[in-house]
Ligand binder design. Structure first.
Ligand code: MN
Length: 315
């Protein structure tokens, strides 16, 4: 960590970038790190190809996020396993990666990877505490907390104390947890519920009640005037059914593929391994992939891998 502080510190223009269709952890990582670097006098630029989703517009610095990749002396890739996930051509400059995914590419001697971190922002917090705690003001703490809150599913999907220790630290740095939870969980646009009501009609429970899934079809978005942002978190619904240990959401993407979200519960299989069979990845309990094909074929292919994983978990 100390060597990475020196390495980043000696560069002039630092570009901080994360993955396409950013979630709270991607937004929080990009803005938390950018705001900190500016606090310590480094010229830093936050970049997200698809911009900041409406729900995260409250995060300090959201209005300054760039959707094109500027020239830089150093690129910092956060919360992403591969550069390709940024949606940009790989630049001709050094890259440093901060990530908590199990898999992925290494770019330098300064990649900080911690699969135990509850969020990428948790790892970044650890790094910034090594750098200069005085520069962790509310404009840094709030983005980092946003990533922590969302990537842990509201502190639901982690074991141990680390996420809570980070939360306490960030609350002591000016975060109001009630206010943030309200902004993230209680400001849903009505289109989200209209879309959800259509998606729930596709809900199926199979494999003796152990597996549940639902489909978000193209026509659903059109029927209720919803956008891709509105389906965020839908996989929680099949997952929350009693007895279900694996859940998935299969969602139409305008680029022609199905975006698949996979979740596992206690006693369930490693869904990252299932996602990897389709070129995706993630964590043990939460993973995703993209698949081209007809809806029925795609679902059958996924169910077949889930079945195999279930049987090997049982035996
Ligand atoms: Mn993450």
């Amino acid at each position: 960590m100390k060597r990475t502080v020196d390495f980043i510190g000696k560069h002039g223009r630092v570009v901080v970038v994360s993955h396409i269709r950013p979630d709270g952890d991607a937004v929080g990582s990009v803005l938390g790190l950018t705001n900190f670097l500016r606090n310590v006098g480094i010229e830093a630029y936050p970049v997200l190809k698809h911009g900041v989703p409406t729900v995260f517009q409250f995060v300090p610095g959201a209005e300054g996020v760039l959707t094109d990749l500027p020239d830089g002396d150093l690129y910092v890739l956060v919360d992403a396993s591969e550069w390709e996930r940024t949606g940009f051509e790989r630049p001709d400059a050094p890259i440093v990666r901060f990530d908590h995914h199990l898999t992925g590419e290494r770019y330098s001697h300064y990649d900080l990877l911690d699969p135990e971190a509850p969020s990428a922002t948790s790892l970044i917090l650890q790094f910034l505490r090594t750098w200069d705690e005085r520069a962790i003001d509310p404009t840094v703490a709030l983005p980092l907390y946003t990533g922590l809150l969302t990537d842990t599913g509201g502190f639901k999907n982690r074991e141990g104390t680390r996420a809570f220790e980070d939360a306490i630290y960030l609350i002591n740095r000016g975060v109001n947890p009630r206010k943030v939870a309200e902004l993230i969980f209680r400001e849903k646009p009505i289109e989200m519920y209209r879309l959800l009501s259509l998606a729930l009609k596709t809900l199926k429970v199979v494999e003796d009640g152990k597996v549940a899934y639902m489909v978000v079809r193209r026509e659903f978005f059109e029927e209720v005037g919803a956008t891709r942002e509105h389906s965020e978190g839908f996989v929680e619904y099949p997952l929350s059914i009693k007895g279900v240990i694996v859940a998935m959401k299969v969602e139409w993407d305008p680029e022609g593929y199905w975006k698949v979200g996979l979740r596992s519960k206690d006693g369930g299989p490693n869904v990252a391994a299932i996602a990897e069979k389709f070129g995706g990845g993630g964590h043990y309990f939460s993973a995703g992939c993209r698949i081209f094909g007809e809806e029925e074929e795609v679902i059958e292919a996924l169910l077949s891998e889930i079945r195999k994983a279930l049987h090997s978990t049982v035996s």
